[in-house]
Design a protein around this ligand. Sequence first.
Ligand SMILES: Nc1ncnc2c1ncn2[C@@H]1O[C@H](COP(=O)(O)OP(=O)(O)OP(=O)(O)O)[C@@H](O)[C@H]1O
Ligand SMILES: [Mg+2]
Length: 294
Amino acid sequence: MSEVASSLQAFPAAEISSLPRAPQLAGVPPPRVLAVANQKGGVGKTTTAINLGTALAAIGEDVLIIDLDPQGNASTGLGIDRKSRSRSTYDVLAGEIALRDAIVPTAVPRLSLAPSTLDLTGFELEIGQSHDRALRLRNALAPLNASAPEQAHYAYVLIDCPPSLNLLTVNAMAAANAILVPLQCEFFALEGLSQLLKTVESVREQLNPDLTIHGVVLTMYDSRNNLSTQVVADVRQFMGSKVNDTVIPRNVRVSEAPSYGKPVLVYDLKCSGSEAYLRLATEIIQREKELRAA
Ligand SMILES: Nc1ncnc2c1ncn2[C@@H]1O[C@H](COP(=O)(O)OP(=O)(O)OP(=O)(O)O)[C@@H](O)[C@H]1O
Ligand SMILES: [Mg+2]
């Protein structure tokens, strides 16, 4: 049996209706939870989580990034060094602390982070047999916006997934309202996408009936390269209106920023990468408005 199938096995559809719903304070809606996922490595998941999160915060939204990758690249890229990660997403998934207690502020106003550590590599082995193994993150997120009024209430939660369709990614999909799929503008861009969509379908059937694909974000587009243009056309043909209008260009400033522990919007606000992530944030807010109105 595949890894994903065994993660999902214990959850017959009849149980879904009895899953806990987020308790709410009067007037405080639950956050929109977007999982940034693609099992392919190096396609721009972490870069998108960090910079979309920063752009949404710059526009005025309260944003939480959840680092669900043992590599911890989102944590490092936001300047949270390993010493400052005494409480991590592993502790949250292990049920040892509340999600609120793992959250640290970042240098960006309105942007917070739940950091990860290498401990997460043990999650599958240690938690993989428990009956609620696929719902740990969803359960941890449920009370997030129901805290005291003086604490931040998040409008968006972005989950940075590891490059695998493992139990961590299934947790993210089970907890999310929608998935954001970064696709790199390269020859094999669409390879593996059908496997990702199948996993989304299984999670929808067995754990999270309202899960949708929010959008496909094309990343590392190089206008000088004919192949990039062809990939954009192919992906638009295959995924239609799910593909975001905003395409993220390949831009050296984007790749330099993480080594300074800064989002590219802080490192160089005027570069083409920053401008693209600001456009993407505006587009996502607009899509959210349309979804809410529908
Ligand atoms: N628009 C861009 N322009 C230039 N470089 C980029 C761009 N987006 C991402 N990169 C670089 O590409 C590499 C992979 O990006 P990133 O780490 O975001 O991918 P990922 O999908 O999160 O990878 P992993 O699967 O390992 O988690 C990084 O070195 C990053 O700096
Ligand atoms: Mg990553």
